[in-house]
Design a protein around this ligand. Structure first.
Ligand SMILES: [Zn+2]
Ligand SMILES: [Zn+2]
Length: 311
């Protein structure tokens, strides 16, 4: 009897120990494994969905950090809808009772935590003859002339990076000086001068090639930028030199190649999915080469700076 009881206690103990091991060690591992498998599937699903969406876009979706932010509400209650900032009192950037709205308070405290905004007045005096010229420049508009005597200056300082934007809206109203030579003459001379020794005309020997190789079609070709400004950065050119003679077919071939390059680069590196085309033309427009060319870049995470707002 005693032995039987002892035997059954021993059995209970063994069952207890085994269940203990199962409950404390094996079961959590099993559950975790299931969870991990599920997560893996979900991640795969999300990635797959992004891939699918990417292929479907006819137009790139806007990049928004906070899709719940109500821009209309912000404009209605917080920000004074103005062409230029008011002078002297930074409080006047915002609507009078903006503090009544959480959206204003949140965003404005965020802005103030990053930027300092200041306005100043610079007084200017003109001798009478020059004053007449200034009046004429502003088309005899008395309000504008008054502003020219007391010029509003705006300063925006980033407290962390110390980037400092200084702005005088009157500068934008100055007349544009007419060019020294007529535009047509300037273009003809520029094309003539630069076509003789143009690297982009001799692209087979005088341009770099990126990891995707040289792309070419009837009227256009690709080349790597010798000084890249992004990991994925390439250039696309028509084969002929003169931008004033650029035909629709040539431009179409240039853009078609760029589009093919975006797709190929994205396939090579799926994380890169925000394309940008920059077209700088002629020296006054900031181009270092007169030969027509577009820059194409594919960035990860988001579009460059404010380019996303142009879409
Ligand atoms: Zn050329
Ligand atoms: Zn360029």
């Amino acid at each position: 009897m005693m032995t039987k009881l002892f035997e059954s206690k021993k059995k209970c103990l063994i069952v207890g120990v085994i269940s203990g091991i199962f409950l404390t060690i094996l079961l959590p591992q099993l559950l975790n494994k299931n969870k991990w498998e599920k997560n893996k599937q979900q991640t795969y699903h999300v990635n797959k969905k992004n891939e699918h969406d990417f292929a479907e876009y006819s137009q790139w979706p806007p990049f928004l950090t906070d899709p719940t932010f109500d821009l209309t509400l912000w404009r209605k209650h917080c920000w004074i809808n103005q062409v230029s900032l008011p002078s002297q009192d930074p409080q006047l950037y915002y609507k009078k009772n903006y503090t009544a709205y959480t959206v204003c308070k949140d965003v404005i405290s965020l802005i103030n935590s990053i930027y300092n905004m200041k306005t100043n007045i610079a007084k200017v005096e003109y001798p009478e003859i020059f004053a007449q010229k200034i009046r004429k420049i502003f088309n005899y508009d008395n309000t504008l002339y008054a502003k020219a005597l007391q010029q509003e200056l705006y300063f925006v300082i980033n407290k962390y990076t110390f980037e400092h934007t200084v702005y005088n809206p009157l500068r934008g109203r100055r007349p544009v000086q007419s060019p020294e030579v007529p535009v047509e003459q300037y273009l003809n001379e520029t094309m003539e001068k630069t076509s003789k020794n143009c690297d982009l005309c001799n692209y087979q020997n005088m341009t770099a090639i990126d990891s995707l190789g040289r792309m070419e079609n009837r009227y256009a070709y690709s080349a790597a930028n010798a000084f890249k400004f992004d990991q994925w950065h390439s250039m696309f050119m028509p084969k002929q030199h003169d931008i004033t003679k650029l035909t629709f077919e040539e431009l179409k071939d240039v853009l078609t190649l760029a589009w093919k390059w975006f797709q190929a680069a994205h396939k090579e590196s799926p994380l890169h999915r925000f394309p940008t085309i920059l077209w700088d033309s002629l020296p006054h427009g900031g181009a270092s080469q007169v030969h027509p060319h577009i820059h194409a870049t594919l960035h990860s995470d988001h579009y460059y700076g404010s380019i996303k707002y142009l879409i």
